[in-house]
Design a protein around this ligand. Structure first.
Ligand code: HSE
Length: 313
């Protein structure tokens, strides 16, 4: 007997500056989808394909494959599983592409085998994909990709709290075309300080609590003012030439705040779309990169996303 399911999961922007590994927003676009076929078999087996021809670095090193294998082993499933990823989220630019395929695979396995996994259990399975892709079990992108909206991740015990976005909250994402090391997130995490001084910790708590208060009050300006990060972005911005100038260019045309999306190099600006034209913010950021000889691509989206089952047979 063969079972088939198609699941979509969204891109996400993690950290929001001050909330390293804790804050994330799901994005309404772009989304990855995966098709999962399960055929009864004597053995457990996982095969992986990309619809658009990306090279597969090996099942264990590939997020969706790692998740399918983890679930297969945990539940002793005797099936041949074929996962085909239709990848629309650009890979390795800080938009949670590995999280989206991990989440979509976890949701697909849960549904097709009727495993009854809660959101927390889905997160703890999907994180194996993040571990395969980046060498770290960070839950922020997978929470945004699974649950959507703004999520605050608590790791031990694992759970998340969420807020819907304020009306008009718009996200402008600009991605510079720059060369980055392989396994970029692992590299970006290796740049981080091992210790943080008290002054920086105080500043970050102040910022992060403004982000949360801003979502609770529906205040985009307050969210923007809380994106300032004294710990992670100062260490990582060496990866993104002209980061400060690009951030300033967005603020000058009215962005409420700017942050490195996840481990970068994409930069996300939060804009009150009811007051400011997000297209102007995108153009200002892209022009700033262009003025310094760097091409950049951008798009405009809103906070939302999450995972959903699209087809099942
Ligand atoms: N919180 C993670 C990091 C997100 O910044 O390393 C990676 O996308």
């Amino acid at each position: 007997m063969m079972k088939r399911i198609v699941v979509e999961a969204s891109a996400s922007s993690a950290n929001l500056g001050s909330g390293f590994d804790v804050f994330v927003i799901g994005l309404n676009d772009p989304r990855d989808s995966i098709e999962l076929l399960a055929l009864e078999s004597q053995e457990s087996e996982v095969n992986l394909n990309y619809k658009n021809g990306y090279v597969i670095p090996g099942i264990d090193a590939t997020a969706a494959g790692a998740v399918a294998k983890a679930v297969t082993n945990q539940f002793n499933l005797k099936y041949k599983i074929i996962v085909t990823i239709n990848n629309r989220i650009p890979i390795g630019v800080g938009l949670g592409s590995s999280a989206a395929s991990s989440v979509a695979t976890a949701v697909a396995m849960n549904r097709i085998f009727d495993l009854g996994l809660s959101d927390e259990m889905l997160l703890s399975v999907a994180v194996e994909g993040e571990y395969a892709a980046s060498g770290a079990r960070h839950y922020d992108n997978i929470a945004g990709s699974l649950q959507g909206g703004f999520r605050i991740v608590h790791q031990r015990p694992l759970n998340t709290v969420g807020f819907p976005p304020p009306l008009g909250m718009t996200i402008v994402v600009v991605t510079p075309e720059i060369k980055l090391p392989n396994r970029k997130t692992e590299y970006a995490r290796s740049l981080l300080p091992k210790q943080v001084n008290l002054d920086k910790m105080t500043k970050n708590i102040s910022s992060a609590t403004r982000v949360v208060a801003g979502f609770a009050k529906g205040d985009i300006a307050m969210i923007g003012s809380g994106l300032e990060d004294s710990v992670v972005e100062p260490a990582r911005k060496v990866m993104i030439p002209w980061f400060d100038q690009v951030r300033d260019s967005a603020l000058q045309v009215g962005a409420a705040g700017v942050f490195i999306s996840g481990a970068g190099p994409s930069i996300a600006a939060v804009v009150d779309g009811l007051k400011i034209d997000p297209g102007r913010v995108q153009s200002a950021m892209a022009k700033c990169f262009a003025d310094h000889g760097i091409s950049a691509k951008g798009f405009i989206t809103t906070v939302g996303g999450g995972a959903r089952i699209v087809e099942e047979q």
